[in-house]
Design a protein around this ligand. Structure first.
Ligand code: GDP
Length: 424
C-alpha cells in the first residue's frame, strides 16, 4: 500500500478540507506535512462546520491524525482546537505530533506582525501568526522543537538562549516590549503537560502503517503557487506545499507516494498582494466573491477572484505530478451567463506561452489570454454524478482535462461533504 497526497493546485483556499475529509473516509491515517496554524481548512459534516487552522482535517473522521515534522505548531491554537473538538463530542485521541516539528513561540508572532508593519507598502500579506519567523529559526538552527517539551530543563535552556537574542530585536529594532523568561517558561510548561501524550515518532508510525497495508493520506496546506521555492515569491508561504515535500515533511521516501490529487477551484482566488493575470473584472469579481463566500477562513480577508488559469494549473500539474484533479466550487459559476478561461499568457514582447513564466518580471508583466466559453446558467443541485452535469458544465470540465492531460475525477457542487460528484 502506498500514500496519496492532496495538494492545492492554485493559491490556496481551493476547498482541500472538504476533499481531504471525503478521501479520509477511505483512509486509515491522515497527516499534514507542512505549514502551521494558517491552513484554514473548512469541513462541513452533518450540517456542522469545522474550521481547522492547525489540526489535520482528517481528525473529524476519527482517523489516526499526524502533524508531521514539516509542520510548525502553535500550542495555544492547537490546544484551542482540541478543546473545541472535545466540547463538540469528538475524540482527539487519534492525534500524533512529530517531535521534530518546530514550535511557534510568542516572539515569532510579535516579530511577524512587527516586520510586516515595517515593510509598509511592500507587505507580503502574511497571516501574522509567527509561521514565517518559526521556519526562519528552523533553517537558522535555533528553533525550539516539539520534543523539547518533553524535558523541562532543556525547554528552559532553549527559551533562555532564544530570548537573549529575540528580546534585543524586539526592543532595539521594533521598539516592542521584551518577553520575560519565567512567563514564557511557565506558559510552555503548561502546554507541555497537555501535549506530551500526543508526541510520537510519526515517521515510524506512518512507515509501519504503510507496511501493514494501511491507506495513508497526506494533506498539504496553502497551494502550489504559494510554495516557497516554486510559487510567486516573495508573495508565498514559508514552507513547501508541493507534493514532493510530503515525503520530507512526514518522513517517508518519495517512492511510497503513488497518487497525487490536485485540488483546484473551477475559477481562481488570491488573497493579499501580488500579480494576478486572470483577475476578474468588476462587478463579476464581486459577484463571484459573494456566491463563493470568498473570505479568508483565518483572517476574514476578501479574496480576489479570477478566471480559471490553465497556465498556472498546468504548472501545478507539472510541479506536483498530479495524477487526478478535484475541481471544486463549480456551482459558484452557475450564476454566470458566460465564462472565460485563461489559456495562455501574453508576455511583454508580444509572444504567447502555455507555460508559467520562470522569471518574476515576466509573470509580473504578462497578460492573460482569455477564451470565452458558454455558461450553463442552471443549478447543479440535482446532479448525482459527473454524467448528470449540464452539457456546458461538462464541456467546461472536459476543456480542463484536455488542456492539462489529467482526469477530473471529483467535482464540487456545494460546501457539504455529500456535494461532490464522482464518475460513478
Ligand atoms: P481549503 O483551505 O483549501 O480547505 O479551502 P477553504 O476551506 O478555506 O475554502 C473552501 C471554502 O469553500 C469552504 O468554505 C468550503 O466549505 C467551501 N467549499 C468547498 N467545496 C465547495 C464546493 O464545491 N462548492 C461550494 N459552493 N463551496 C465549497
Amino acid at each position: 500500500m502506498s500514500a496519496t497526497v492532496i495538494v492545492g493546485a492554485q493559491w490556496g483556499d481551493e476547498g482541500k478540507g472538504k476533499i481531504v475529509d471525503l478521501l479520509a473516509q477511505q483512509s486509515d491515517v491522515v497527516g499534514r506535512y507542512q505549514g502551521g496554524p494558517n491552513a484554514g481548512h473548512t469541513v462541513i459534516v452533518g450540517g456542522e462546520t469545522f474550521k481547522f487552522r492547525q489540526l489535520p482535517s482528517g481528525i473529524v473522521s476519527g482517523k489516526l491524525s499526524v502533524l508531521g515534522n514539516g509542520c510548525v505548531v502553535d500550542p495555544e491554537v492547537l490546544l484551542g482546537e482540541l478543546d473545541d473538538l472535545e466540547a463538540r463530542g469528538l475524540s482527539v485521541e487519534p492525534l500524533r505530533i512529530s517531535g521534530n516539528a518546530h514550535l511557534i513561540m510568542p516572539w515569532h508572532i510579535a516579530l511577524d506582525g512587527a516586520s510586516e508593519k515595517r515593510l509598509g507598502k511592500l507587505q507580503i500579506g502574511t497571516t501574522r501568526r509567527g509561521i514565517g519567523p518559526a521556519y526562519a529559526d528552523k533553517a537558522a538552527r535555533i528553533g525550539i522543537r516539539v520534543q523539547d517539551l518533553l524535558d523541562a530543563k532543556i525547554l528552559r535552556q532553549k527559551i533562555e538562549t532564544a530570548l537573549a537574542e529575540k528580546n534585543v530585536w524586539l526592543e532595539r529594532v521594533y521598539e516592542l516590549e521584551p518577553f520575560g523568561l519565567d512567563d514564557v517558561v511557565s506558559t510552555y510548561e503548561a502546554y507541555a503537560r497537555r501535549l506530551r501524550p500526543y508526541v510520537a515518532d510519526t515517521s515510524l508510525l506512518v512507515d509501519e502503517a504503510l507496511a501493514a497495508g494501511k491507506r495513508v493520506l497526506l494533506e498539504g496546506a496553502q497551494g502550489t503557487l504559494l510554495d516557497l521555492d516554486h510559487g510567486t515569491y516573495p508573495f508565498v508561504t514559508s514552507s513547501n506545499p508541493v507534493a514532493g515535500a510530503a515525503a520530507t515533511g512526514i518522513g517517508i521516501g518519495p517512492t511510497r507516494i503513488d497518487e497525487v490529487v490536485g485540488v483546484a477551484k473551477a475559477y481562481v482566488t488570491r488573497v493579499g498582494a501580488g500579480p494576478f493575470p486572470s483577475e476578474m473584472e468588476e462587478p463579476i469579481g464581486a459577484e463571484v466573491r459573494e456566491h463563493g463566500q470568498e473570505y479568508g477562513t483565518v483572517t476574514g480577508r476578501e479574496r480576489r477572484p479570477g478566471w480559471l488559469d490553465l497556465v498556472a494549473l498546468r504548472y501545478a500539474v507539472r510541479l506536483n505530478g498530479i495524477t487526478s484533479l478535484a475541481l471544486t466550487k463549480l456551482d459558484v459559476l452557475s450564476a454566470l451567463e458566460e465564462l472565460r478561461v485563461c489559456v495562455r499568457y501574453r508576455l511583454p514582447d508580444g509572444s504567447e506561452t502555455p507555460n508559467f513564466p520562470a522569471h518574476q518580471s515576466d509573470f509580473h508583466h504578462c497578460e492573460a489570454v482569455l477564451e470565452t466559453v458558454d455558461g450553463w446558467n442552471e443549478s447543479l443541485d440535482a446532479c448525482a454524478s459527473l454524467s448528470d452535469l449540464p452539457p456546458a458544465a461538462r464541456a467546461y470540465v472536459e476543456l480542463v482535462e484536455r488542456a492539462l492531460g489529467v482526469g477530473v475525477d471529483l467535482v464540487g457542487t456545494g460546501a457539504a461533504r455529500e456535494q461532490v460528484l464522482t464518475r460513478a
